[in-house]
Design a protein around this ligand. Structure first.
Ligand SMILES: *[C@@H]1O[C@H](CO)[C@@H](O)[C@H](O)[C@H]1NC(C)=O
Ligand SMILES: *[C@@H]1O[C@H](CO)[C@@H](O)[C@H](O)[C@H]1NC(C)=O
Length: 362
């Protein structure tokens, strides 16, 4: 008290002002640390350049139009025999999406080649979900070749190079594809489980000659379910005409992309526990900063609102795009142009359809 009475607020001692500034600086540094990811993403348009844009191949389709006509609309010609299709899938824990994929593509695919690891990308041991759910996929057993990718358990302090991991995985997949009997001229699809090409895309790949040897597939991107369409930004999946130099990859290969070629449903899980598992296993596991990120109640609330599970800003290359994408994903009431098996079995997959955001806990 005595101290204060001797100084009016206007003439604070320089010492006090210094302490105040130091405190302010500390608070600022702590805030910066907590929100560093957000800040660096906010400034992404400044520090990062977008990759070269794709050249989009227009995609023509309507029900009951002949293959001959469809092929010719794309500048391709009709084959006398369909090509064989090999669907090479990296599987983690997307059991329901795998079910829809296998049911939807079964008539067009010769072999589903499924690679599953016994660790996550971040080096945590994981159950082999495909191997332990074989009964569920018995309907496709005659077309499934599956293999184990032996993962490496991360030890504290170790840091696995993601490029080494990708190249090991590629080798495993190439071996499995040989085992499945792939031959030059077959179509090879390279995709994650949740990147599902549409049946009419596969029919064009089967029946048309002169298609590009490698095409990216532009997939409509959904988050949590088909109730939350994000955009058409998904591009990693590819269709390849298999040749002596074809090697499995899941990254940028070429500049051409085939428009509107299917669906990419991210985090489209039935159970909250599967969300939590994927958040832990995801290669961006550094995003799981706070323990309460994995709290089931919080995850459920975010899913129903279409909000970001990681509380992140959209990863965009321009401020305009970023501002457009900030906040919740607008809800859609359309269940048109979705996989037929999903619509036929809507009662079994309510959680993937409009109005079905409430999940089961286990
Ligand atoms: C489908 O095509 C066939 C033969 O071109 C035609 O007879 C039939 O009416 C068409 N069906 C529909 C629903 O347009
Ligand atoms: C994964 O599988 C490989 C090959 O069977 C085995 O050597 C390794 O110990 C397994 N790792 C884990 C974490 O289970």
């Amino acid at each position: 008290m005595a101290y204060r009475s001797r100084h009016t607020p206007r003439q604070k001692s320089p010492k006090l002002r210094f302490v105040f500034l130091i405190l302010l600086a500390i608070v600022f540094v702590i805030e910066l640390f907590i929100h560093s990811q957000k800040i660096s993403y906010f400034f992404r348009p400044v520090w990062d350049k977008p990759p070269a844009p794709f050249t989009r191949i227009p995609h023509y389709y309507a029900e009951n139009v002949s293959m001959d006509h469809l092929c010719r609309l794309h500048g391709w010609s009709l084959r006398s025999q369909p090509r064989r299709i090999f669907d090479a899938i990296i599987f983690s824990n997307e059991l329901d999406i795998l079910d829809i994929r296998l049911r939807e593509l079964y008539p067009y695919v010769s072999k589903f080649v499924i690679l599953e690891s016994n660790t996550t990308f971040t080096g945590i041991p994981k159950p082999q979900f495909f191997a332990s759910n074989r009964a569920r996929f018995a309907f496709a057993a005659d077309k499934v070749i599956d293999g184990l990718f032996p993962g490496q358990v991360a030890t504290p302090g170790s840091h696995r190079d993601p490029f080494v991991l990708e190249s090991d995985q590629r080798k495993s997949m190439n071996k499995l594809l040989h085992h499945a009997g792939i031959m030059n001229g077959d179509i090879l699809l390279m995709a994650d489980t949740d990147e599902i090409p549409s049946p009419h895309t596969l029919k064009l790949l089967q029946w048309c000659d002169e298609i590009p040897p490698v095409m990216h597939l532009e997939l409509k991107h959904y988050m949590y379910s088909f109730e939350f369409p994000v955009d058409y930004s998904s591009w990693r999946a590819t269709a390849n005409v298999y040749g002596p130099l074809t090697r499995y990859r899941h990254s940028r290969r070429t500049d051409v992309i085939f428009s509107d070629a299917g669906w990419h449903c991210s985090f489209c899980f039935r159970y909250i526990s599967e969300f939590a598992f994927k958040m832990m296993a995801y290669s961006h596991a550094d995003r799981v900063k706070k323990r309460d990120f994995l709290c089931h109640k919080r995850i459920q609330e975010l899913i129903c609102k279409g909000d970001d599970l990681y509380d992140m800003l959209p990863e965009e290359y321009s401020f305009q795009e970023m501002i457009k994408k900030m906040g919740s994903i607008p809800r859609s009431a359309s269940a048109v142009h979705l996989p037929a098996y999903l619509i036929e079995n809507a009662h079994k997959f309510r959680f993937l359809l409009p109005g079905g955001c409430m999940r089961e806990p286990e």
